[in-house]
Ligand binder design. Sequence first.
Ligand code: B1M
Length: 229
Amino acid sequence: MDNIVLSVDIMNEELVSKLMNVVISYDTEGAAKAAQDALKAGVDPVVAIEEGLAKGVRIVGEKFGTGEVFLPELMVAVEAMKRAMTILKPAIKEGAATTKSLGKVIIGTIEGDIHDIGKSLVSAMLTVAGFDVIDLGSDVPVEKFIEKTREVKPNVIGMSALMTTTMLKMGEVIKALQKEGLRKEVKVIVGGAPTSKEWANKIGADGHGGDAMDAVEVMRNLVGHERQE
Ligand code: B1M
């Protein structure tokens, strides 16, 4: 029995590695098949994304940072990731079967920043966990966060930033919420590669999410475990 479990684990690891490899080798053609194979074998779609695709895109990102690869290659790697995500993301959502909401969340990547892969993953995970998620997309202006907060009265605002330059805008949103008298009514959580707990504290956010799973946990804690009608 143990041997069977072990061989399934090894097979799954190989399928997850395959997902990483389609990204690293810019294999847009093989991406969908690699995703389908992983799902068929029972690989958790979140593991497939985080341990496979995201690892691959970060490896290419590091090479981009050191000048080893250029933007066109990075974009092809992202295209491979997106093709596989098209298959994997709906599989995450299949787990979402709650009738009551944990709370309302508005989420977006901050102004000036078009990186939306991580934010979309957080969005999907929050939906699965039972939050009502209003995804504002990427490059979301400060004013848009304020306008939507007034309109939908969320329990939590989630902001994502992938660049050291754009993360500064997160603080501007919090200041604008204070100025408009909305800060006390809403919790704020930030995330994205250059952010940290220290950063969240510094700008006066209520929490920081290290990854998509963590974001869900932090949000659950922020709104309390009580479900809302
Ligand atoms: Co760009 N990019 N990029 N990029 N890119 C980075 C961020 C960079 C670190 C690459 C590098 O130089 N090594 C660098 C930023 C440097 C810096 O600021 N210090 C960079 C740059 C410079 C740029 C451009 C300026 C390049 C150029 O044009 N010369 C340009 C920016 C344009 C703009 O935004 N105005 C650019 C463009 C692009 C692409 C379009 C090619 C593409 C984005 C495609 C897209 O998103 N639609 C891209 C990509 C893919 C990356 C890297 C390689 C990967 C990002 C990613 O998708 N990761 C990135 C390098 C890296 O991060 N190592 C890089 C996978 C994703 C699942 O992880 O986004 O970290 P991540 O999300 C995680 C967590 O962070 C967390 O949970 C997610 C899931 O685990 N999380 C949250 C994220 N948001 C959260 C919110 C939460 C909680 C958790 O609560 C609300």
